[in-house]
Structure formats: C-alpha cells, structure tokens
Design a protein around this ligand. Structure first.
Ligand code: ZN
Length: 284
C-alpha cells in the first residue's frame, strides 16, 4: 500500500491509468484510524490490517499537496558512507562501523518542496529512507524487516562547508537547515517490493544524471542497520533511517558542483517514486 501525507492528513494512494487517486484514511475508515499521518505508525498493525480491506478509489490530487509521509519522527537516524564507491570518493575506508548522525526533524519537508539555499555549498544525496513500525531493540538481522512499515525516498541535503570545517565539523547541523530533508512522495509498504534489498536509486540535477546505483550496493543493508542501531538504542514506531547515498555527489566532482537557485533536483527510487525539488536564494 501507498500511504501519503496529503495536506496534513493520512491518505491511501492508488495508481490508476495515468494518474493517482487519494483516499482520506480517517473518512474511509469511518474514524477507526485517525487523520494524523505520524500517528498511523504508532499502531501500524491495525492500520495495515484495515488498509488491505480497502477498495481502490478516491479523488485526484496535486503533488504540491503532498507533505513528508513521516512528518514528525521522534528520531531520525542518518548513515554516512554506506556505498563503497561513495566511501572512495569521500576519502573514507570502507568496512568500519556505520557513521551515524541525525537530521533534526524540523528539516523534514515534502517531496516537491522549494528549498531556501543558506550561504555555503549545498550538495545532494539521494537516499532510501526506512520507516519503523514496531519498536526495535536488540533486533536480529533475520527479524529486522518485520519492524519496518515501508520505504520512501529522501534527500539528505548537505551544506558542505560546515560539514567539513576541519576540527569543528557540524555534521548534523550542516544537514538540518530548514527544508534540507525532502521525503516522499509517499511510503510504500514492504510487501509491495519483490526484493526490498535491491532497488534502483538515482538523482539528476537540472536534467543531468548525477547518481545512479542500486540499494543492494549498500555496505550495511537495511537489516544490518536495524541490527546495529537497535543494539545501541530503541527505535520507535515512526522513526526513520536515511540509509546513505551512492557515489556522484557534487563535492566529489572535478570541478565541484553545488546546487544553485535555478536548479531542479530529481531523486528517484524504483518502486517508490520521485522527489522534485527547486531552490531559491536566501534574501537576507
Ligand atoms: Zn547522507
């Protein structure tokens, strides 16, 4: 199933010939399920059991009405250096423990948001985003997928000057400017994927291909990440994990390339959909 945040309300999305329809969850369930897209994850099993009984239908909608499918996670885990080719271009050795940081939840925004560019050098990182359903603590790799509600597309926008500021790097803050966490266009539940461990992932900047890989190339797979993270701390329903980006970021190019106000950034993952973000300069 596809679960969207449409104007702040949970909605099921159904693909039809050439367009998509959205069905309001609270209305269609007669109030059994509430309208808050974040609250759905707190009782995912009840929601999923209801959702499979729903006949496809609904009304057409504009993509501009879509918000982040997970608007207020309690915790946002983000993984650095999780594709071997990106590790090489960034100058990190592969094989060490996953580098983990956070994107503060206030940076999360919708799939087609226009993002204000702060001073500095803003770069792109398309990432598979995992959304937790059942709480996870000390979860085995074998059991990990049963704690996942579904997958969505994320952009880990990053201001590289602060991120790489020598002895005073601002890893999490440099990735948490307002609007630096576009997500969507919706959550796709894990049962929709033939193999959720192997999905094409790509980004283009103003039509030019920048990143193209497969999620099977991750050094730490989704089960590995849930195993490693849940050994340290509890993952709550509705938490998200940005799982790292493949090679092809602007900071590693010769010459370096960063996002400008005229650019359009498209980020896509097979079986989920795409984000399409535009940008504007800060006017003060
Ligand atoms: Zn990243």
């Amino acid at each position: 199933m596809r679960l969207a945040n449409l104007d702040g309300r949970a909605a099921l999305v159904f693909a039809t010939d050439g367009s998509s329809l959205a069905l309001d969850v609270e209305t269609a369930s007669g109030g059994l399920i509430g309208s808050d897209p974040q609250a759905v994850y707190a009782d995912w099993d009840s929601f999923a059991a209801w959702a499979v009984t729903v006949e496809p239908g609904g009304v057409p909608f504009e993509r501009s009405s879509l918000g982040a499918p997970v608007p207020r996670p309690r915790q946002v885990f983000a993984i650095g250096i999780n594709y071997a080719e990106h590790a090489a271009e960034a100058g990190y050795p592969a094989g060490s423990l996953p580098i983990t940081f956070t994107k503060f939840p206030s940076c999360l925004t919708g799939p087609d948001a226009q993002v204000e560019l702060p001073p500095g050098s803003v770069d792109w990182e398309v990432e598979l985003v995992v959304v937790i359903s059942r709480s996870a603590k000390d979860v085995s790799r074998e059991d990990a997928w049963s704690h996942v509600a579904g997958l969505t597309v994320g952009q880990d926008l990053s201001e590289r000057e602060a991120q790489n500021a020598g002895a005073k790097p601002q890893y999490s803050l440099s990735k948490s400017h307002t609007g630096f966490g576009p997500m969507g266009p919706w959550l796709v539940s894990t049962d929709e994927f033939e193999n959720p461990n192997d999905l094409a992932i790509s980004s283009t900047l103003s039509g030019e291909s920048m990143q193209s890989s497969r999620t099977s190339m991750m050094i730490y797979s989704v089960p590995d990440l849930i195993f490693e993270l849940s050994r340290v701390c509890e993952l709550y329903p509705g938490d998200v994990i940005f799982t790292g980006t493949p090679a092809g970021v602007g900071n590693a190019r010769t010459p370096k390339r960063f996002i400008g106000p005229a650019d359009t950034l498209r980020s896509e993952i097979e079986g989920i959909g795409y984000l399409e973000n535009t940008f504007r300069s800060r006017d003060h």
